[in-house]
Every structure is written in C-alpha cells, then in structure tokens.
Write a protein that binds this ligand. Structure first.
Ligand SMILES: Nc1nc2c(c(=O)[nH]1)N[C@H]1C(S)=C(S)[C@@H](COP(=O)(O)O)O[C@H]1N2
Ligand SMILES: [Mo]
Length: 252
C-alpha cells in the first residue's frame, strides 16, 4: 500500500484505518456468504420463487398498505383547471353490446344476497365533486373533474357495515373483462367516489357510463370504468393489472 506520509501521527491513523477496513471487509464477506447459504437452503414455493424472497415482497406490499393512512388526501385543484376533454385510456370491459337501460349496480353481501341498485337511487345520495391530478402508470397525468357519491356514504346508506369490516373490495365490469381489487382503507378515503359525472355532465360512454370508480390516492388502473358488480372479501380480490405484474396497491 502506497501512502504519502505527511507526519507520523497521520501515518499511524492511516495504518489503523486500513487495518480496520480490512477486518470489516472480511467480516462483511463472511456475513454475506452465510446469508446467501442460508437463503438458498430455504424452500421454493409454487412459482419457484424462494419462499423467503416472496415473503419479503409480501411484507413490502403490506408495509405500503399499512403506511397508508386515511387522512392522507390527494391534492385537489380549482374546477377551471380541469381538462375540458380528458384523455380516454383503456377500453377493456367496455364492449358495445352493453345495454345501459338494463344496468344496475350489483352489490354482493357477505351473506351472498345481492342488492341491485339503480343509478337513480345512487344519484339521490349527497353528490361530491373531486378535481385532482389523474395519474396513469404509463407516465401521463392530467387534472380532471368528477362527480359522484362517496363510497363511505354509499356503504352507510345501504347498511353495508358488515362488509365494511372486510379488508378488500372487488369490482368487475358487466362482461368481467376488467376487474380491480382495492384495500378497504383506500375505498373509505373521503375522495373515493362511485362516479357518474365528468365535468358536470353524465359520464361519456368510453369513460365508464353509467358508473365508474374515482379513487385519487391510486393510479389510473384502479379507476375501473363501467362497474357492474361489487364484492367484499378478506382475501385480495382478483385484479387485472396485478395479474399482469403491477403492484397490487398502486398507490401514490
Ligand atoms: N373498464 C375499464 N376500466 C379502466 C381501464 C380499462 O381498460 N377498462 N383502464 C384503466 C386505466 S389504465 C386508466 S389510466 C383509466 C383511464 O381513464 P379515462 O379513460 O377516463 O382517462 O381507466 C382505468 N379503468
Ligand atoms: Mo392507466
């Protein structure tokens, strides 16, 4: 090792330091090797992922879901900043054979009973407007304006308190081609609405008429258009984009 010796005291310091880094270097290697050996002694799970690594991913997911607190609100904007013609993105589950006149929102209760609720009934509940920055995981965002009923008000109005105690909500389009699963705290957040208006007019057909979800604390993928059925569960409901490799919670 080449050292320029400026004075004796410094030379001693240098020597000590290199000795110390030497010891630390070997100790770290030893640790890494043991950890590696230990990890590869762990069983594989069904997908061939080490159970331990899988657990790590699940822990990350649950840390993210628990970090989330209901008071955290998405930023809201003045109505006049909202896009007049918001971008349309994603048309899975929006096929043309849909008969809007026949549409009802089906809510499957814990007992298996199904409530079939009309748009008129939903519109009778207090309406809220949410103007926020809609973010798509593809990288675009835009300020948009939506109107509808708070999911939390909807739950109260239809006496769904038993299902509110469950951990997840599942939502599906009439043809079941698009579906999302969302954690209950995010669903109960006050900006989450069952939405039937955009820019103070009924939702355009390609933006989810008659009813879609607006959930500002999540990325666009979770804002399911044209909801047909709502279910409740303590296990994660199926989620189209989670099945295609995206994070289940996709919050931001
Ligand atoms: N039924 C349905 N809902 C959907 C999608 C879809 O393909 N089908 N795409 C999602 C995605 S990726 C985004 S970014 C938003 C876009 O909403 P917009 O068309 O109103 O902009 O809808 C979400 N909801
Ligand atoms: Mo998206």
């Amino acid at each position: 090792m080449k050292e320029i010796i400026v004075d004796d005291k410094k030379a001693v310091q240098y020597k000590r330091r290199s000795w110390l880094s030497f010891v630390v270097f070997f100790a770290m290697n030893g640790l890494a090797y043991s950890a590696w050996k230990w990890l590869f002694g762990q069983p594989n799970n069904a997908n061939g992922t080490k159970t331990l690594l899988r657990k790590g991913m699940e822990t990350n997911e649950s840390i993210f879901s628990h970090l989330f607190n209901e008071d955290k609100l998405a930023k809201e904007y003045p109505t006049d900043e909202a896009a007049k013609k918001p971008r349309v993105n994603g048309n899975l589950g929006l096929n043309n054979s849909f008969d809007a006149a026949q549409w009802k929102l089906n809510v499957v209760k814990a007992t298996g009973d199904v409530l079939a609720i009309s748009l008129e009934e939903i519109k009778k509940l207090p309406k809220v407007q949410v103007v926020f920055d809609f973010k798509c995981i593809e990288g675009w965002d835009q300020v948009t304006s939506w109107g509808g009923v708070r999911f939390s008000d909807f739950i109260k109005h239809f006496n769904l308190t038993k299902q509110q105690a469950m951990q997840y909500v599942g939502m599906v389009t009439p043809d079941e081609k698009y579906y999302v699963g969302i954690d209950m705290p995010s669903m109960l957040q006050p900006q989450t609405i069952l939405c039937y208006e955009m820019n103070d007019a009924p939702l355009p057909i390609n933006q989810g008429y008659p009813l879609r979800l607006i959930i500002p604390v999540k990325y666009g993928v979770k804002h399911i258009k044209r909801i047909s059925t709502i279910t409740f569960a303590d296990t994660k409901p199926k989620d189209y984009w989670a099945e295609n490799g995206y994070d289940y919670y996709t919050g931001h």
